[in-house]
Design a protein around this ligand. Structure first.
Ligand code: FRU
Length: 485
C-alpha cells in the first residue's frame, strides 16, 4: 500500500474486511508479537487514553490505526480488566464518524460521573485546504460499555494565542469543579499546558489560565499533559517537543518528562517550587504516558512504548508499538519511583534457576538482579546464540554508571538517535534491577523504580540466553505467562 494522505485518512467504512484479515494472517507469522503487553490486533497503536476505574473494572483505551503501521485516521480501542493485567479487548470504541472528529479521534481521558464514564477527547478536524481545527469533544459511556458522543463541542471559546496545536485533554475533579488540562502551542511557537474549568462535565468550559509548572521554555509544543497527586504533591507528566537540551537532555526524538511540585496552588493553577524537568524514562521508546489517581489511592500510569516520527521493524508486518505494563507511581524522599503494579506478579510462572554463567532464558520472563558494589561487567540477553550477541547491559557499580546497548539485539531501530542509553547510579553502591522481557520489549526498573529504561528490540531468533560476563550478580527469575493468544 502506498500511504498517501488520502489513503491514510480514508474512512474505515471504505476499507474491506479483507485488509484486516490479511494483516492478521501476516501477523501470525511474526516472532515479535508480545505475550503479556497490550499490542494492536492489527496496524498501529499509540497513546493510552481514558485510563480509569469505572463500574468495578479498570478501563483503558488506546489510539489506533488498524489498517497499517502508519499514523492514519485514529480511533480509540477499548480494553477492560479486573486486575490491571488480564486485559480484555472490546474492540473499537470511538471512530472518526462525526464532523467534530472527521480526521481522527485523538487522545483524551475519562472520569466517572454518577453511573456513567465521561470521555473527553480531541477531534482532529481539517478543512478543505487541510488546515487543522482541533475540537474538544465529549462522550458518555454507560455501564454496559455503550458510548454516545455529545453533539455539541465542549470548548467553543478559543483560548488566547493558541494555534492549531491544541489537544489531549486530561479531565480531573477538584472541590466540586471539573478541570481540563490541554497541551497547546502559542502563536510564538512555544509549548504550554492550558487549563479550562466547568461546573459540570458537559460544560460550559471556560478558559482559566495556563498551568504554571516551570520557568523554562518548553519547546514548540507540549503533548499529553497529566496531573497526578502523590502524597498531596503535584506531579505533571508531559511531552515537551523541541525542548532545549539545557532544560532536559534526551537522546530520543521527543522526551516524556515530569516535574514535581512541593504543593499545588489551585487558585493560581501553579506548582509551588517545581523541580527541574526530568525524563520519566531513560530508555529508548517511552512517550505519551497517561496517569491518574485511582480510587484505591494509588497513582497509576501506563505508557506508549513507541515514539512519534519513528519507524519500527515490525512495520513491514503491518503492526507497530505496544503499551507498557501498568506502573504505580510513588514518591520516596521527594523522588519519583515507578514500579510495575503488584498485580503484575500474577504473571510469574515457573521460577528460573540461575546456576551457570550462561543459560537458556524464556523470551517472556522477569529477572530480579542484584549487583554488589564494586563490580564492572555485563549482563546480556543473548538473542543470537550463534553470534553470542544481544541486548547488553553494562554495569559499573564502581563509578556508578549503567549503559543499555541494543546495537546488536536484532534489527536496527532509530539508530540516528544512537543505540545506547546511559544512566548515572550511585557510585560505590549495589544496584538492583527488575527486568521484564516480552519477545520484543524490555522494561528495566532500577533501584526499586528510581530509574526506568524501556525499549523495543527486534531479535533474529527464538532462542535466548542470559549471560553474565565479568559480573557477580544474584539473579532470580520467572518465566512469565502468555496472555495474548
Ligand atoms: C501524541 C499524539 C497526541 C495526539 C495523538 C494522535 O502521540 O500526537 O498529541 O492526540 O498522538 O494520535
Amino acid at each position: 500500500i502506498k500511504w498517501t494522505t488520502t489513503k491514510r485518512y480514508q474512512p474505515y467504512t471504505q476499507w474491506p474486511q479483507a485488509r484486516l484479515d490479511e494483516i492478521k494472517t501476516r501477523i501470525k507469522q511474526s516472532q515479535w508479537r508480545l505475550g503479556y503487553h497490550i499490542q494492536p490486533t492489527t496496524g498501529l497503536l499509540n497513546d493510552p487514553n481514558g485510563f480509569s476505574y469505572f463500574n468495578g473494572q479498570w478501563h483503558l483505551f488506546y489510539q489506533s490505526f488498524p489498517y497499517g503501521a502508519v499514523h492514519g485516521l485514529k480511533s480509540w480501542v477499548h480494553l477492560v480488566a479486573d486486575d490491571l493485567v488480564h486485559w480484555q479487548n472490546l474492540g473499537t470504541a470511538l471512530t472518526a464518524d462525526s464532523p467534530l472528529d472527521a480526521q481522527g479521534v485523538y487522545s483524551g481521558s475519562a472520569i466517572p460521573v454518577d453511573d456513567q464514564l465521561f470521555l473527553m477527547y480531541t477531534g482532529n478536524v481539517r478543512d478543505q485546504d487541510w488546515v487543522r481545527h482541533p475540537r474538544q469533544n465529549g462522550a458518555w459511556m454507560t455501564a454496559d460499555n455503550r458510548i454516545e458522543k455529545l453533539s455539541q463541542l465542549l470548548i467553543n471559546e478559543p483560548a488566547p494565542r493558541i494555534t492549531e496545536h491544541f489537544r489531549d485533554p486530561q479531565i480531573l475533579k477538584h472541590a466540586g469543579m471539573y478541570y481540563a488540562l490541554l497541551g497547546a502551542q502559542y502563536d510564538d511557537q512555544t509549548g504550554h499546558v492550558v487549563v479550562y474549568r466547568a461546573p459540570v462535565v458537559t460544560g460550559p468550559w471556560t478558559y482559566q489560565d495556563e498551568l504554571t509548572f516551570s520557568t523554562e521554555k518548553l519547546g514548540y509544543m507540549v503533548e499529553c499533559p497529566n496531573l497526578v497527586f502523590i502524597d498531596e504533591r503535584p506531579v505533571l507528566i508531559f511531552c515537551p517537543q523541541g525542548v532545549a537540551g539545557s532544560v532536559l537532555a534526551t537522546d530520543n526524538v521527543y522526551p516524556n518528562a515530569y516535574v514535581i511540585g512541593e504543593r499545588f496552588d489551585w487558585d493560581h493553577l501553579a506548582f509551588v517550587n517545581p523541580s527541574p524537568l526530568q525524563n520519566l524514562d531513560d530508555g529508548f521508546d517511552v512517550y505519551a504516558t497517561q496517569a491518574f489517581n485511582a480510587p484505591d489511592g494509588r497513582a497509576l500510569a501506563v505508557s506508549w512504548i513507541g515514539l512519534p516520527d519513528t519507524t519500527y521493524p515490525s512495520d513491514v508486518e503491518d503492526w507497530a508499538n505496544c503499551l507498557s505494563v501498568v506502573k504505580e507511581l510513588t514518591l520516596v524522599d521527594g523522588q519519583l519511583r515507578q514500579r510495575p503494579v503488584v498485580e503484575n506478579q500474577q504473571l510469574r510462572q515457573a521460577s528460573l534457576t540461575m546456576a551457570t554463567m550462561t543459560q537458556a532464558l524464556p523470551r517472556q520472563s522477569e529477572l530480579q538482579v542484584t549487583v554488589p558494589a564494586n563490580q564492572q561487567g555485563k549482563l546480556s540477553i543473548l538473542t543470537n546464540l550463534d553470534q553470542q550477541t544481544g541486548l547488553v547491559i553494562n554495569i559499573d557499580t564502581v563509578h556508578g554508571k549503567m549503559v543499555v546497548d541494543r546495537a546488536l539485539a536484532g534489527r536496527p531501530v532509530a539508530t540516528d538517535y544512537g543505540t545506547t542509553r546511559a544512566v548515572a547510579i550511585e557510585p560505590g553502591q549495589p544496584l538492583t534491577g527488575q527486568l521484564l522481557l516480552d519477545n520484543s520489549v524490555f522494561e528495566l526498573y532500577l533501584n526499586d523504580g528510581q530509574q526506568v529504561l524501556t525499549g523495543r528490540i527486534f531479535p533474529p531468533s527464538q532462542h535466548w540466553a542470559l549471560n553474565l560476563d565479568q559480573l557477580t550478580a544474584d539473579v532470580q527469575g520467572w518465566r512469565l505467562d502468555t496472555l495474548n493468544k
